[in-house]
Design a protein. Structure first.
Length: 334
């Protein structure tokens, strides 16, 4: 049976992924790779839209790929590669930019937020065309489903619009993808500021649990996480954002129901609860961290795996690109 195709990716924007990336993205990707023909990329071309030190970007790209594998994305089953290794991404992005409206791209809220924050002169054109490159990522692989966080929903809408527009103008070429928006319960908040989403780019490190941190450091951060003065372990997002966030992490990593965890800690203090959570986090992270560090110890082997996967990706991507060029009327080299 042919499996439907799935595509997702993350920017190599930090040395380590944080627990929100792990629970909100990697755990789902790992699960979905059974029922889908899955493609997962490290989107380094997208990362160029932010200021980067070249050597650091290279290191972060390898580190991100290593963490995908360490978290259970299998490069022999799924196609796990670095976006810039497949040149068709940049090429299709150009072609798609010619059917994207200037106003349409200007309505993307992520672009509007960023350009408002930095000002027009400090905003590069790459930020403006970022969603077009993302559409190219997805459409090159005739993708059926795209699991993403809800902040990416608008970009997937644009991707669908571009696919439909191209198909109606030039003939059926692209599969129109469907977004799979991450469950609300998979959203993780900052441990120190539990109403803000945990992020790789958080201002303070104290509220972020890094996948590659020493386990003892993560345990300490959990013990210091912000709670409240009620002293009861129960889920209530509004009144108890700190405790609720810890419960969500506990449930996601242990595979248990929140109610069962509440029962276990009934009549006990936050200290006990945090100690229990620290154990769960450390036992989940420790093997992932060790696998990632081992992979990063042998970059030649990691690079070989990435090259092999990029080769697989390119053979699919180049077929789509060639159809696109043909249909748009570019004279093909004989
Ligand atoms: P980012 O690090 O923002 O590029 O996100 C990469 C992926 O991780 C996306 O699929 C996000 O939805 C997911 N992600 C990032 N931060 C969180 C979070 N705090 N909670 C849940 N998922 C997250
Ligand atoms: N823009 C996405 C994010 O910030 C990353 C991304 C790039 C992506 N290309 C993609 C996600 C294709 C899914 C499919 O999270």
């Amino acid at each position: 049976m042919i499996k439907p195709r799935l595509y997702s990716g993350m920017q190599p924007s930090a040395d380590s992924l944080q627990i929100g990336n792990y629970i909100g993205a990697l755990m789902q990707w790992r699960e979905l790779q059974d029922s889908y023909d899955a493609y997962f990329s490290v989107v380094d071309l997208h990362a160029l839209t932010q200021p980067n030190d070249p050597a650091e970007l290279r290191a972060k790209t390898r580190r991100t790929a290593a963490q995908y594998i360490a978290a259970g994305i299998e490069p022999s089953r799924s196609t796990l590669y670095v976006q810039s290794h497949v040149s068709a991404h940049s090429e299709l992005a150009w072609a798609l930019s010619t059917i994207t409206g200037f106003g349409e791209a200007g309505r993307m809220t992520q672009f509007k937020d960023k350009s408002a924050r930095y000002g027009a002169d400090a905003t590069n054109v790459g930020l403006f065309t970022y969603p077009v490159l993302m559409a190219a990522d997805i459409l090159l692989y005739q993708t059926d489903v795209v699991p993403v966080g809800d902040d990416q929903k608008q970009h997937i809408e644009l991707t669908r619009d571009l696919a439909e527009r191209f198909n109606s103008r030039y003939g059926q070429t692209f599969t129109v993808p469907t977004p799979v928006i991450q469950r609300d319960t998979a959203r993780i908040y900052d441990l120190q500021n539990p109403t803000a989403k945990m992020s790789k780019s958080a201002e303070s490190d104290a509220g972020v649990l890094w996948l590659l941190d020493e386990p003892s450091k993560s345990a300490k951060k959990i013990m210091r996480a912000v709670t409240d003065s009620e002293g009861v372990v129960r889920f209530d997002r509004e009144a108890k954002p700190g405790v609720s966030n810890l419960l969500v992490i506990y449930a996601a990593l242990s595979g248990r129901q929140i109610a069962a965890i509440e029962d276990e800690y009934a009549g006990r203090g936050y200290g006990d609860f945090k100690k229990g959570l620290a154990e769960v986090v450390v036992s989940e992270f420790e093997p992932v961290r060790e696998r990632a560090l081992a992979l990063l110890d042998d970059t030649a082997e990691l690079d070989r795996v990435l090259a092999e996967n990029a080769g697989r990706a390119a053979s699919v991507a180049n077929r789509t690109l060639s159809d696109v060029y043909d249909r748009m009327g570019l004279l093909r080299r004989v």
